[in-house]
Write a protein that binds this ligand. Structure first.
Ligand code: SAH
Ligand code: AVI
Length: 336
């Protein structure tokens, strides 16, 4: 564990067997139809930085829309949720979390922030900035996989000494499918007390042209983010992958209400990853699914929350209907 007086970083993922796990997951994804790569592998140091650039792109409205909502509502949310600690799942660069932390630090004498992410670099970088901005804040970072490790937020040093606000911002829930999203919510609901609250940022169904542009930006940053996963695989799994052999493809599937992002093989080629025992022959035009980004309605998110053992309490939507925040609690009846 890395530790300075106000910053600690605990590693639950990225340790010695991470490479073997990656090999297993990538092999499984590339051998089934349709072929896929788990989106968590986007976020090495370069991928995390590319995502940060995406957040400022003119076409990528999500970050600005969520920030505008938090600028207006963070204080009220914190006042009503009364947390001592904010735990942020998939915290990344925590670009908007400062708004919640400012309200937390104003209310509580010894506030704690727990950024939880698969990528250590953005946790460390955002912690530096947040600690400088909030002199009373303590940051206890966790490098973990939210699909596997959320239940650990209920034990050890994470046993809560007061209500916690769990934040899952940026509509990252949309990157999980109909089975994965409720499973993640259930694992969070399992560690939440009746006094804890869950704040979810959700991107809403809208004009497909706006969605299409957000994932096909003119500068090609999203394409670079998508292709970067090839470099991650090649580096970590001893691969020979030619980035030139793939093209970025992102489109909105209106029926499934989701963006799909793919890498399309521009020619017949062999995708070989020695350390994963992968040797896959791709035909020209064959697609590898790298990410889904589901878009929600109030009904569909409330349904997802209910499947995940959560009960919605407040719905705060942008005036233009682009994005929403939903405050929820566990559906279990204990306390709160
Ligand atoms: N919440 C931030 C960042 C969103 S980007 C925002 O709103 O801007 C998605 C973040 O989730 C990245 O930082 C990525 O590293 C993290 N992430 C993706 N898959 C993950 C997983 N399986 N476990 C933990 N973190 C994950
Ligand atoms: C992190 N996640 C919510 C982003 C999204 O919009 O689905 C990731 C992303 N993919 C392409 N652009 C941004």
């Amino acid at each position: 564990m890395e530790k300075t007086s106000r910053f600690e970083l605990e590693k639950w993922a990225g340790t010695s067997d991470a490479r073997a796990e990656m090999a297993r997951e990538v092999r499984a994804g590339l051998s089934r139809a349709p072929r896929s790569i788990p989106p968590k592998y986007f976020y090495d140091e370069v991928g995390s930085r590319l995502f940060d650039v995406i957040c400022d792109l003119p076409e990528y409205y999500l970050t600005r829309a969520e920030r505008a909502l938090l600028e207006r509502h963070a204080e009220g949310i914190v006042e009503r949720a009364r947390p001592r600690t904010i735990v942020e799942i998939g915290s990344g660069m925590a670009r908007k979390t400062g708004l919640l932390l400012r309200a937390l630090c104003a209310r509580v004498p010894s506030p704690t922030y727990v950024p939880f992410d698969i990528a250590p670099e953005p946790i460390a970088a955002s912690a530096r900035a947040l600690l400088a901005a909030h002199p009373t804040l303590r940051v206890r970072g966790v490098v973990g996989d939210f699909a596997r490790d959320c239940s650990r937020l209920g034990g050890g040093a994470h046993v809560s000494n007061g209500p916690r606000l769990f934040a899952f911002l940026g509509s990252t829930l949309g990157n999980l499918d109909e089975r994965e999203a409720p499973a993640l919510l259930r694992s969070l609901a399992g560690v939440m007390s009746g006094h804890d609250r869950f704040l979810l940022g959700v991107d809403l169904v809208k004009d497909p042209r706006v969605l299409h542009a957000a994932y096909n930006d003119a500068q090609g940053v999203t394409a670079a983010f998508n292709k970067n996963v090839l470099r991650v695989l090649a580096r970590q799994l001893d691969g020979e992958l030619d980035e030139q052999g793939f093209e970025h493809l992102a489109f909105y599937d209106e029926e499934r209400q989701r963006i799909e992002m793919h890498l399309v093989s521009t020619r017949a080629q062999v995708l070989a990853l020695q350390a994963a025992d992968v040797r896959v022959t791709l035909s020209e035009g064959e697609r590898v699914l790298t990410e889904i980004s589901r878009k929600f309605t109030r009904d569909s998110i409330e349904w997802t929350l209910s499947l995940g053992g959560m009960r919605p309490l407040e719905w705060i939507a942008a005036d233009d209907g682009a994005f929403a925040l939903c405050l929820a609690r566990t559906a279990r009846g204990d306390g709160g």
